[in-house]
Design a protein around this ligand. Structure first.
Ligand SMILES: [Zn+2]
Length: 318
């Protein structure tokens, strides 16, 4: 819970300034009992909250590489070492298999405390490998994002991850497997502009900030005052950028409902064949699936290969 002023036992809420007893905050899943402010969670805490106890089976992390020999105020390897010590992670992203109320899924998540959740080659590889697990085991994929954008120390290698992770999302879609994106506070830059907004369902929490460029950059560029609540969850929900804003206490239950609905839609479509989950459109190069009619439930629409709604499409391609 990093966005707070804290002493050992007490945490100051950045929203209402109340001092909250740390254990009480832990009991309330990192939500301020006074004002409902959702504190940022570390990735391990997030996984613990969402996944069934004992179900998480992480794969070995992808080691980060200093491909450019980059140094700003300090060499990149020193920054990596600091981040590794601070977070206990090697690369800043975890991926593997888990379960939500008994339903299995592949999961990948980014740790914001690791160099601002920036997308390195290792983070992109973790996303691609998580998709590979989902495709191999024919299970849904959940991507949990928290990022400031690209990792400048890896230059073009970092930027390449946008294409790489978008391709991973594309493979999920082509296979007709559900891909759920949980965008947590904050999700920005190349992560927003790639896999984090390419899921069948985009979920976020109240108050989360999501965007491409930050508000101060936009304000300086367009020289206009931005509206209240710009880039917050409610603002984006109203404009169709995200599908659901869910309070943290309901998040696991909502994810379970979605997974259950996706599984029911797949079962109604016949069996585990990706073609059976296809859309009614004729097969095309973009949508090479069989034209088998699919189930008509709302859930099955989430696995269809229809183009994305335009607001999100624009955001993802900006
Ligand atoms: Zn508060």
């Amino acid at each position: 819970m990093s966005n707070s002023t804290s002493t050992i036992d007490w945490v100051r809420c950045p929203s209402c300034s109340a001092f909250v007893y740390r254990k009480r905050l832990k009991r309330s899943s990192g939500v301020c009992p006074e004002c409902n402010h959702h504190f940022r969670l570390s990735l391990p805490d997030r996984l613990e909250q969402l996944l069934d106890a004992g179900s998480w089976a992480p794969e070995p992390e992808v080691e980060p590489l200093d491909v450019l020999g980059f140094a700003d105020s300090k060499p990149y390897p020193s920054r990596l070492e600091e981040a590794q010590k601070k977070t206990g992670l090697r690369s800043g992203a975890l991926y593997g298999r888990g379960a939500i109320e008994g339903l299995p899924l592949a999961v990948v998540g980014i740790e914001f405390a690791f160099i601002g959740g920036s997308m390195s080659g290792g983070v992109g590889e973790a996303v691609a490998r998580a998709a590979d697990i989902a495709l191999r085991d024919r299970i849904p994929l959940l991507a949990i994002s928290a990022s400031g954008g690209a990792r400048m120390q890896e230059g073009v290698v970092s930027l390449m991850q946008m294409a790489k992770t978008s391709q991973a999302a594309g493979r999920m879609r082509a296979a007709g497997l559900p891909f759920i994106c949980l965008l947590t506070d904050p999700t920005y830059g190349g992560v927003t502009a790639s896999f984090a907004t390419l899921g069948d369902v985009l979920i976020t929490e109240p108050g989360a900030h999501i965007g491409f460029a930050g508000p101060s950059v936009i304000q300086q560029t367009i020289r206009q005052t931005l509206p209240d609540g710009f880039q917050t969850a409610a603002f984006l929900m109203e404009r169709g950028m995200v599908d659901i804003v869910v309070a943290r206490e309901d998040l696991k239950g909502r994810l379970h409902s979605l997974l259950k609905a996706f599984a029911a839609a797949a079962a109604a479509a016949g069996e585990d064949d990706p073609a059976a989950r296809g859309c009614r459109r004729r097969p095309t190069a973009r949508c090479p699936r069989s034209p088998t009619p699919r189930a008509s439930s709302a859930a099955s629409r989430g696995t269809s290969c229809r183009p994305r709604a335009s607001p999100r499409g624009r955001a993802a391609s900006s």
